[in-house]
Design a protein around this ligand. Structure first.
Ligand code: TAP
Length: 482
C-alpha cells in the first residue's frame, strides 16, 4: 500500500500539516485483518485551539467569505474533479480503513462525493436574500450570510461521504470548516484535506483534525469560536453534543440513529420487495443509519417472502472487501463486531433465527447476514439500533397495524413501503413519521434531495437547498427612505 499517500500522522490546519502538539498518535486498523494500517495524530485541546484560530482567521480576515460565489464554485468544482481523478486511490483507502467493499467505494462513495462538491459548486453563486414589502417608508431586505467556523464531526460508516455532505454546502456558503473523522476511519478525510489544498482553497478554509471524540470532538463542541457543529453519529453522542453546545449556543444539526421500518404489503411485487429488504439491511454490512432493520410483512405473504429472503441472505456471505465481486465486507472494528454478536445472542433468546447468526472465520470482523423471524416490536432487537447485518421480521394484518408498528419507535430517519396500490403508497408515506420514505425502492439518495431525521433521529436537513439553510444566517437590513 506504499502508493497510498495520506499524510499520516499529521493534522491539517491553516493550510499546513502539523504534528499533534502532544506528539500523540493512534493506530488505524484494517478491519479485514485486524492489523494496524498506519498511525495518525491524536489531536488534543491545544491542537483544536490552533485549528480553530486558523479557521477563524480565514473566516474573519481571509479571502474566502468575501470571494465571489463564482470563485468559490471553481474551488469546489476542482475538488470534485480531483476526487474523480483520484477515484481508485481514494476508494482503496476507504476500503482498507473501513472494510467497505471496493465495488461500493468505487461506484458509490467516491463518485457521490465528487458529485456532491459539484452540486454545491452550483449553489455558491445562487445564495441570496429577499426584498420584503414592509409598512412605512423603508426598504427591507435580507442577506444570507455564512455562519462562521463550522465543525463537522463524522461517523465511520461513510467516512468520505459524510465529511463531504458537511463540507460542500458549508464551503459553498462561505464558511470555514474543521472536519473530525471517526477514530476508526481517519484516512479518507486526510486525503480529502490533501486534495482540498491542491484544489486551491485558501489556508484555514478546510481543516482536518484526527483525534478522539471525547477529547478532540468535545473540545470543538465546547470551543467559543466554533459557531456551528454538524454531527452525524449515534443518538447518544448527539444528545451529549446538544447539551454541550448549549453553553455557547452554537448552531447544531444532528443526523443520528434509526430503526427504520421496511413495510411489505401483500400486493407488492414480491421479488422486488425481497431485493429491497436485502439491500435495505445488508448494504454496507447494515452499518447504515437508514438500514431497513425492521421488515414489516403482511401476514398472508409471510411464508412466501421468508423463503426468498432466507435464500437471498444465504447468498450475501461476507468476503474480502478488495474482491470486486464482494457485496458484504467486515464490520468496522472488533468492538463493534462484539456489540453486533451480543445483539444476535439476544435475538436468539427472543425470536426464531432464520438465517446466519454467527461470526464468519476468526480473522477480521466478518459477521453472517442474519435474519430473525417471529419478532414482536417490543423485543430488544426491534427497538435498539444494532447497526449491523441483523434483520427483524415482524408481521402485520392491516395498513393501520403497519403504520402503528412502523411509528412505534423513538427514531424517525427512514422507511420503505412496498405495494402496487398507488393510493395506499402515498397514504402510508404521509403517515409515517420519518425524514425519508422510499416507495418500491430503498436506500436511494441524491445530493439534491434533503436528508435527515424526525424524533430521536435528529434535526436539520443535509443536501439540497436545505443544506444551504443549515450553513447560513439570515440578516434583515432596514433602510429609511425619507
Ligand atoms: P459515534 O460513536 O456517535 O461517533 C460519531 C463521531 O462522534 C465520531 O467522530 C466520534 O469520535 C465522535 N464523538 C464521540 N464522542 C464524542 C463526544 N463526546 N463529543 C464529540 N464528538 C464525539 O457514532 P459511530 O459509531 O461513529 O457511528 C454510528 C452511528 O452513526 C449510528 O448510530 C448511526 O445510525 C449513525 N449515523 C447516522 C447517520 C445519519 S445521516 N443520520 C449517518 C451515518 C451514521 P470517535 O470516533 O473518536 O469516538
Amino acid at each position: 500500500m506504499s502508493e497510498l499517500q495520506v499524510a499520516p500522522g499529521r493534522l491539517l490546519y491553516g493550510g499546513e500539516w502539523h504534528e499533534a502538539k502532544s506528539g500523540r498518535t493512534f493506530e488505524s486498523v484494517n478491519p479485514s485483518t485486524g492489523k494496524p494500517i498506519t498511525k495518525v495524530a491524536g489531536a488534543g485541546r491545544d491542537d483544536v485551539d490552533a485549528a480553530v484560530a486558523a479557521a477563524l482567521k480565514a473566516f474573519t480576515e481571509g479571502a474566502w467569505p468575501k470571494m465571489s460565489g463564482d470563485d468559490r464554485a471553481k474551488c469546489l468544482w476542482r475538488l470534485g474533479d480531483l476526487l474523480e481523478q483520484n477515484k481508485e486511490e481514494v476508494a482503496r483507502l476507504e476500503t482498507l480503513d473501513s472494510g467497505k467493499p471496493i465495488r461500493d467505494t468505487t461506484n458509490v462513495d467516491v463518485p457521490y462525493a465528487a458529485d456532491c462538491f459539484r452540486y454545491f459548486a452550483g449553489w455558491a453563486n445562487k445564495i441570496h436574500g429577499e426584498t420584503i414589502p414592509v409598512k412605512g417608508p423603508f426598504l427591507n431586505y435580507t442577506r444570507r450570510e455564512p455562519v462562521g467556523v463550522c465543525a463537522g464531526i463524522i461517523p465511520w460508516n461513510f467516512p468520505l461521504l459524510m465529511a463531504t455532505w458537511k463540507l460542500a454546502p458549508a464551503l459553498a456558503a462561505g464558511n470555514t470548516m474543521i472536519v473530525k473523522p471517526a477514530s476508526q476511519t481517519p484516512l479518507s478525510a486526510l486525503k480529502l484535506g490533501q486534495l482540498a489544498l491542491e484544489a486551491g482553497f485558501p489556508p484555514g478554509v478546510v481543516n482536518v483534525l484526527t483525534g478522539s471524540g471525547g477529547e478532540c470532538g468535545m473540545a470543538l463542541v465546547r470551543h467559543p469560536s466554533v459557531h456551528k457543529v454538524a454531527f452525524t453519529g449515534s443518538t447518544e453522542v448527539g444528545r451529549t453534543i446538544m447539551k454541550e453546545s448549549a453553553e455557547t449556543l452554537k448552531r447544531v444539526s444532528l443526523e443520528l440513529g434509526g430503526k427504520s421500518p421496511n413495510i411489505v404489503f401483500a400486493d407488492a411485487n414480491l421479488d422486488g420487495a425481497v431485493r429491497g429488504a436485502l439491500i435495505g439491511i445488508f448494504y454496507n454490512m447494515g452499518e447504515l443509519c437508514t438500514a431497513g432493520s425492521r421488515l414489516l410483512v403482511e401476514e398472508s405473504i409471510h411464508d412466501a417472502l421468508m423463503d426468498k429472503l432466507v435464500a437471498g441472505a444465504a447468498k450475501m456471505q461476507p468476503g474480502d472487501p478488495f474482491d470486486p465481486k464482494t457485496r458484504v465486507g467486515p464490520l468496522v472494528s472488533e468492538e463493534h463486531m462484539k456489540t453486533v454478536l451480543r445483539y444476535i445472542d439476544i435475538g436468539k433468546s427472543e425470536a426464531r433465527l432464520a438465517a446466519g447468526g454467527e461470526r464468519k472465520g476468526n480473522q477480521g470482523y466478518f459477521v453472517q447476514p442474519t435474519v430473525f423471524d417471529g419478532v414482536s416490536n417490543q423485543m430488544t432487537i426491534a427497538r435498539e439500533e444494532i447497526f449491523g447485518p441483523v434483520l427483524a421480521v415482524i408481521t402485520f394484518k392491516t395498513p393501520e397495524d403497519a403504520v402503528r408498528i412502523a411509528a412505534d419507535t423513538p427514531y424517525g430517519l427512514a422507511a420503505g413501503v412496498w405495494t402496487r396500490d398507488v393510493g395506499k403508497a402515498h397514504a402510508v408515506a404521509a403517515r409515517i413519521p420519518a425524514g425519508t420514505v422510499w416507495v418500491n425502492t430503498y436506500n436511494v439518495f441524491d445530493q439534491a434531495s434533503p436528508f435527515g431525521g424526525y424524533k430521536q433521529s435528529g434535526f436539520g436537513r443535509e443536501m439540497g437547498r436545505h443544506a444551504i439553510e443549515l450553513y447560513t444566517e439570515t440578516k434583515s437590513v432596514w433602510v429609511a427612505l425619507d
